[in-house]
Design a protein around this ligand. Structure first.
Ligand code: PMP
Length: 297
């Protein structure tokens, strides 16, 4: 993630990651009390670097911090400018950007007068590639929204993601799918889920999931392509009857599934509406995707 000369932005200053300091008594380190974002930048057709949905991500960061009672005084436009500067100082175009809002030294549960903001970035190409995923139902459920601010992208929630993802990989699967506290399909450890059935798409409603920015983009793409999409609760049994399914997220982008709990999806991925959405998503974010889309017709 970083080398000797990597530059990060820390509380308003550009500093070397290798020399930056943090506090071992931070409430964030001890209790998982921090919020973060996962953002991508892409090289555009004309060679520029563009951060995809920068405003949406930084507004979600502000909302996450506020949901956890963490002070957040940064201006979104100024932070976006600082992020572009991090990219250019590190010579990055296709990158993953990781802002983290964290707490100062505080071993109590009391609120803090200030927060710290760190912005790091590193090179990232296509995340999971084109290979279709083998997904299993996790034995872990997503955190109960009555015990957490589930709409916030809070660091502590990711213990649940790590457990689910590690379990799936230990059992020989590519990724986990988690249900909510009532047993309905919720999301992956780091991505939202859609399925396709008879020319229509379905995704769980917000409430028990992270309101994904890619999820919102997929819904936008469906509107552009006149593909009906319904947000409603469904079970893992219904998901098993689908024609196709995919995860979507900033890092994962749109990535199709081969099977769910070892049940293969009947549709050929390249013939699905989901595949069309995958291509349009790539076209929206990358320059190379444009050629791929025209090749695919
Ligand atoms: N759900 C979870 C639990 C996630 O961590 C992510 C990744 N941030 C998503 C969904 C997808 O969100 P987005 O599309 O905004 O990256």
């Amino acid at each position: 993630y970083y080398q000797d000369n990597t530059i990060i932005w820390l509380n308003g200053a550009f500093v070397k990651a290798a020399e930056a300091k943090t506090d071992y008594y931070s409430q964030s380190l001890h209790y998982g009390y921090a919020v973060f974002e996962g953002i991508r930048s892409y090289q555009t057709a004309d060679g520029d670097t563009k951060i995809f949905k920068a405003t949406e991500h930084y507004e979600r960061l502000r909302n996450s911090a506020t949901a956890l009672n963490m002070p957040y005084g940064w201006d979104t436009d100024e932070i976006i400018e600082a992020t572009y500067e991090v990219l250019s100082r590190n010579n990055l175009q296709n990158a993953y950007i990781r802002p983290v809002v964290y707490a100062p030294a505080n071993m109590s549960f009391n609120p803090n007068k200030e927060s710290y903001l760190l912005i790091a970035a590193w090179e990232m190409g296509l995340f999971l590639g084109e290979k279709l995923l083998r997904v299993m139902t996790s034995s872990f459920q997503r955190p109960n929204p009555k015990g957490f601010r589930i709409e916030a992208k809070a660091s502590g929630h990711y213990v649940n993601s790590i457990l689910a993802s590690q379990e799936a990989k230990a059992k020989g699967f590519d990724e986990a799918l988690l249900t909510d506290m009532n047993g309905y399909v919720a999301e992956g450890p780091g991505a939202n889920v859609f399925f396709e059935k008879n020319g229509k798409l379905y995704t769980p409603p917000t409430g028990n999931i992270l309101p994904g920015i890619t999820r919102a983009t997929v819904i936008e793409i469906c509107a552009e392509l006149n593909i009906p999409v319904e947000e409603r609760l469904f079970t893992t049994d219904e998901l098993k009857q689908a024609d196709a399914a995919f995860f979507c997220g900033t890092a994962a982008e749109v990535i199709g599934w081969e099977s769910f709990d070892e049940v293969k999806f009947p549709a050929t991925w390249n013939d699905t509406l989901s595949r069309k959405i995958q291509l349009v998503y790539k076209e929206k974010v990358t320059a190379a995707g444009k050629e791929e889309l025209s090749k695919a017709g």
